[in-house]
Design a protein around this ligand. Structure first.
Ligand SMILES: [Zn+2]
Length: 304
């Protein structure tokens, strides 16, 4: 029997493991929960929801690993949420009250992942609960459609937080080609292999983006931002309740919001194996891999 030096054997083993991991699962993801909205009646969240059934919507981000690339969809509630929240009106603080926050940036660092390893962030849209954490990543490019950023900067609290929309964030304007996907008009194939696709889902905001992930032919997910807050909204093709809509202006364009919801409802009927995830639906999110579970390979690259 021939003996190889131990270090060579270890190197070979780690190379094999890394390559196997990559080949077997080039795409993986994990949901990072930062907080929960205070429990409220489901009927308050979606038309036709149950009055006596309490729901605590989740707030967070999706960490996606595509081969050597890492990116976030949404940024969740960030390190400065208390100061940001203090600027809300009394009513805003009541409606949007939430649990204690563990920001995405802190969770990544606690897991040993330097923030510089995140290649880019794609906020589904720029409402406060998705953009609060953006300033925690000052170096990281933030991909946004220009109409979304312009509308957000023209917007006001509590929907939009001016301090998350400044030039201290590394904005990168993206435009989605007229490439129909899943019934929607515009989409962007991020890595050119069809496994990660951004989809224009207008209505809730001017340039909301959905995220399609294809882990395999049998495992496909479609994160739809806040096109609706609950899976029930898609199943029943129902918008948010009239009460919440009376209290705060939630949608940029009501007709587009309904059109987007109609398409999602149709998609859910035609493609029942596709897992559609409204990012606040805590029941649906609980079925997904929770950070740091679910990710395929080592999460940090060797420093240059
Ligand atoms: Zn939201």
């Amino acid at each position: 029997m021939r003996f190889f030096p131990l270090t060579i054997l270890l190197c070979l083993a780690s190379l094999t493991w890394a390559d196997d991991t990559r080949n077997e699962q080039p795409l993986s993801f994990s949901f990072i929960t930062t907080s929960y909205a205070n429990p409220t009646a489901e009927a308050f969240l979606v038309k036709g929801g149950r009055l006596w059934h309490q729901r605590a919507l989740v707030q967070g981000a999706v960490l996606v690993q595509h081969n050597d690339s890492l990116f976030l969809y949404d940024a969740g509630l960030g390190k400065n949420i208390d100061a940001q929240f203090a600027e809300f009106s009394w009513l805003g603080r009541k409606i949007f009250a939430h649990s204690a926050v563990t920001p995405v940036a802190e969770q990544l660092q606690a897991a040993g992942i330097p923030l510089t390893q995140i290649d880019f962030i794609v906020p589904s849209h720029l409402h406060w609960d998705h953009a609060s954490g953006l300033p925690d990543f000052p170096e990281t490019p933030v991909w946004v459609q220009s109409q979304e950023l312009a509308a957000a900067r023209a917007g006001t609290r509590p929907s939009f937080l001016p301090e998350t929309l400044t030039e201290s964030v590394n904005w990168q304007a993206i435009s989605l080609p007229a490439r129909p996907f899943l019934g929607f008009e515009r989409s962007l194939d991020v890595f050119g292999d069809g496994t990660v696709v951004l989809v224009n889902l207008p209505g809730h905001t001017a340039g909301q983006l959905g995220l399609y992930l294809e882990l395999s032919a049998n495992e496909r997910y479609f994160f739809i931002g806040d096109a609706t807050w609950t899976v029930k909204g898609i199943q029943n093709n129902k918008k948010r309740s009239w009460l919440i809509k009376r209290l705060v202006k939630l949608n940029d364009d009501e007709q587009q919001t309904q059109d987007t919801l109609d398409l999602l409802h149709e998609l859910s009927l035609q493609d029942p194996d596709l897992v559609i995830v409204p990012v606040h639906d805590e029941q649906q999110v609980a079925t997904l891999p929770q950070f740091p579970q679910g990710l395929a390979g080592p999460l940090w690259k060797s420093e240059p």
